[in-house]
Design a protein around this ligand. Structure first.
Ligand SMILES: N[C@@H](CCC(=O)N[C@@H](CS)C(=O)NCC(=O)O)C(=O)O
Length: 217
């Protein structure tokens, strides 16, 4: 049995949970409180971060490494078979990580200028995605891939943001909007978070001394 060491709101954990679900691999989820990290977690997490994947006596860390390990060991393959297309997918996964970094700033910065700059940066990255998306429904077309596992948790934030603020991130980007809808409907994506995820995220956002929390008021 694999164990995924997790935190309820972590988008990087969701990548691994989605990949595991897509591959039909049973796993146990062990949540940690990142505000109060237990000693056992400190002992096995070199960077003090989740996700970790415990595989027998080995502990894997870094979500990209974890999903690549799952890709090498568990069918079905989610990456495309052709090396150049696969490299392209990995590159867009990196864009997904930079989008998560922008979102973190949106969630936490008290500074309006920094907030506005990140909102623009996000808009620009999704505008570039609009230009590379094809017919869908997923990033690579008909088949769900690891790029989808990276972007689904990023899109999920906007389900909560949209209730409080109009960031205009996806305005006039119909392919990105359709992609977002397709991912939200996917079973593996739905099952990657707890049922009250949105309530928990909203509570987390309100606890921040941030520009966004002010807008939510
Ligand atoms: N590059 C890492 C990022 C993981 C990450 O930032 N995890 C956050 C939660 S979403 C974390 O564990 N933060 C705890 C800390 O930094 O103390 C990955 O891809 O796994």
């Amino acid at each position: 049995m694999l164990t995924l060491v997790s935190f309820d709101l972590c988008p990087y954990v969701q990548r691994a949970a989605i990949a595991l679900a897509e591959k039909g691999v049973p796993f146990e989820r062990r949540d940690v409180d990142l505000a109060n990290k237990p000693d056992w977690f400190d002992a096995i997490s070199p960077l003090g971060k989740v996700p970790l994947l415990q595989v027998d006596d080995e502990v894997l860390f870094e979500s990209a490494v974890i999903v690549e390990y799952l890709e090498e060991t568990q069918a079905p393959r989610l990456h495309p078979a052709e090396p150049l297309v696969r490299a392209r997918h990995r590159a867009w996964m990196e864009v997904g990580s930079s989008i998560l970094a922008d979102i973190w700033t949106l969630e936490t910065t008290p500074d309006r200028a920094a907030f506005d700059a990140k909102a623009l940066s996000l808009r620009d990255k999704f505008r570039r995605l609009e230009a590379v998306l094809d017919r869908g429904p997923y990033f690579g077309g008909e088949h769900f891939s690891l790029v989808d596992a990276v972007f689904a948790p990023a899109f999920r934030y906007f389900d909560v943001f949209d209730r409080f603020v109009d960031l205009g991130t996806f305005t006039d980007l119909p392919k990105v909007q359709a992609w977002r809808r397709a991912l939200a409907a996917r079973r593996s994506v739905k099952s990657a978070v707890v049922v009250d995820y949105e309530v928990r995220l909203e509570a987390f956002l309100r606890r921040q001394e941030s520009w966004l929390a002010g807008l939510m008021e």
